[in-house]
Ligand binder design. Structure first.
Ligand code: PDD
Length: 285
């Protein structure tokens, strides 16, 4: 079965799903995106993802091409047309197509909207979570507004590739003060030796992950202590556990950072229990 994508009003086989070479997403990475877990006709945390999308768009002054409800219909339709049992749906909005010029087009053009979906291998993800992953640390050389879910991801791409080149799976960005900000495409967490969860506060230096937001509910339900603050790489080396969170990986234990084992070098009980309970607290609609 051919995969189906939505492109500016049409559902098309992936091979025919094309955007113009002068789309500002292609020319300038002038756009934003969302990734949402979905399948079996449902989308996980749709309203939170669409709220964040609205915020990202408004921060870069692109208007919503249609209402959140209408976008939701398209997301669901793409999931259905691709017969996704368990997977992710990807949505991208750019400033549209116009002759290449850095300034915003005058008059305004229609934003471009693309939606794709692909299945995830649930068993493979579960096996990865049981094993845990290794990460490397890299300097956070991204721009100052990574709270906007911009499609400009070159530092993230290079960080992920550096990790793979070094036999690891992901990279943790470290800012100029030695504090971990987040992973290449996920939020970063540790469990301190005293058993407290720590993740960086959501300022302009990280993306406020939806998984991260929902996880606070799981943490409260499990009566765990949590702090939103910067933590250093040194603190992470000494942590009892470490993990990352994102829509596609939920909670994924980190068992090595820069080659050093975290805790006993295996996924810990806190990350494992949070992963197990996550979907009881996420919205499925
Ligand atoms: N990434 N931080 C960054 C830099 C991210 O790219 C992501 C998500 C997150 C976690 O956000 P959420 O919990 O809402 O997925 C944090 C998506 C999954 C991606 O780029 O594929």
């Amino acid at each position: 079965m051919s995969r189906i994508a939505y492109v500016n009003g049409r559902y098309l086989p992936l091979r025919d799903a094309k955007v113009h070479v002068e789309d500002r997403g292609y020319q300038f990475a002038d756009g934003v995106y969302e990734v949402c877990e979905g399948g079996g006709g449902r989308l996980i945390d749709e309203s939170r993802h669409l709220e964040r999308l609205k915020r990202s768009l408004s921060e870069i002054r692109i208007r919503m091409p249609m209402s959140a409800a209408a976008l939701g219909v398209i997301l669901r339709e793409v999931v259905a047309r691709n017969r996704i049992g368990y997977g992710i749906v990807y949505l991208q909005i750019t400033r549209g197509v116009t002759r290449r010029d850095h300034a915003f087009p005058v008059p305004q053009v229609e934003p471009s909207l693309v939606v794709t979906a692909r299945p995830l291998n649930m068993a493979r993800n579960a096996a990865l979570a049981e094993k845990g992953i290794a990460v490397i640390s890299v300097p956070d050389n991204r721009w100052g507004r990574v709270d906007i879910k911009s499609i400009g991801l070159l530092p993230n791409v290079l960080a992920r590739q550096a990790a793979i080149d070094q036999g690891a799976r992901d990279a943790w960005f470290v800012d100029k003060d030695g504090a971990v900000t987040e992973a290449a495409s996920a939020n970063a967490w540790i469990v301190t030796p005293a058993g407290k969860l720590v993740t960086r506060h959501a300022d302009h230096g990280i993306l406020r992950g939806i998984t991260r937001t929902v996880l606070f509910d799981v943490i409260n339900a499990q009566n765990l202590a949590v702090e939103e603050r910067a933590f250093t790489l040194e603190e992470a080396f000494a942590a009892r556990e470490a993990f990352i969170t994102s829509a596609s990986q939920i909670v994924l234990p980190v068992v090595r950072i820069d080659g050093r084992p975290i805790g006993d070098g295996r996924p810990g009980p806190v990350a494992t229990a949070l992963r197990r309970d996550f979907h009881r607290y996420a919205e499925a609609g």
